[in-house]
Design a protein around this ligand. Structure first.
Ligand SMILES: [Fe+2]
Length: 165
C-alpha cells in the first residue's frame, strides 16, 4: 500500500503528514470497497430478471447512483488530505475487501441479499475506520465516515425490507 500512503507536505490544516497518510490509507481501502459495491449494483441493474424486473431494475439503479456519489466523496476526501487516489481497476481489486460477485445466474432475491450484505460489511468496516480517524485527531474524516456508515446502515435496512416483503 506504499503508493497509497504518500501525502503532500505542503498542506496546513492542522494535521501532521503521518496522520494524514494513515487516514488516507483507510480512505483508499474504503474507496475500493465502495467501487466494488457500485460495480455490483450496476451488474445487478443489467442482469436482473423476474416478475419484479421493473422495480428491481430501478432499485439497483438507485443503489449505483448513490454509490457513485459516495465514491466521489471518498476520493475527494483523500485529495483534501493531500493524498493521491489509486484509481486503476487493478487498485480496486487489490485493495477491496468485498468479493467481486458474478451476477449472471443470480436470482433477484439473491442480488438484493448480496447488496444488503455488502452494505452491512461496509458499515462494519466504517465503524473501525471511524475509530482510526479519531485516533489520529482527524475529526473531519471521522465525521464524514460516521455519516457514510449511517447511509450504509439505512440502505441495508431498505434492502432487508424488500426481502421481508
Ligand atoms: Fe440503465
Amino acid at each position: 500500500m506504499s503508493d497509497t500512503t504518500k501525502v503532500s507536505g505542503d498542506l496546513h490544516i492542522g494535521l501532521a503528514s503521518d496522520a494524514r497518510a494513515a487516514v488516507t490509507a483507510v480512505l483508499n481501502a474504503l474507496l475500493a470497497d465502495e467501487f466494488m459495491l457500485y460495480s455490483r449494483a450496476r451488474a445487478f441493474h443489467w442482469n436482473v430478471t423476474g416478475r419484479h424486473f421493473s422495480s428491481d431494475h430501478k432499485l439497483f439503479e438507485d443503489e449505483y447512483e448513490a454509490l457513485d456519489e459516495i465514491i466521489d466523496d471518498v476520493a475527494e476526501r483523500t485529495r483534501a488530505l493531500g493524498g493521491k487516489v489509486p484509481a486503476r481497476l487493478a487498485d480496486y481489486v487489490e485493495h477491496a475487501r468485498l468479493e467481486d460477485v458474478e451476477s449472471r445466474g443470480m436470482s433477484a432475491e439473491a442480488m438484493i441479499a448480496s447488496l444488503r450484505d455488502g452494505h452491512e460489511a461496509v458499515a462494519r468496516q466504517l465503524r473501525a475506520d471511524t475509530a482510526i480517524a479519531d485516533e489520529h485527531g482527524d475529526e473531519g474524516t471521522a465525521d464524514f465516515l460516521t455519516g457514510l456508515m449511517e447511509g450504509h446502515e439505512k440502505r441495508a435496512w431498505m434492502l432487508r425490507s424488500h426481502l421481508e416483503g
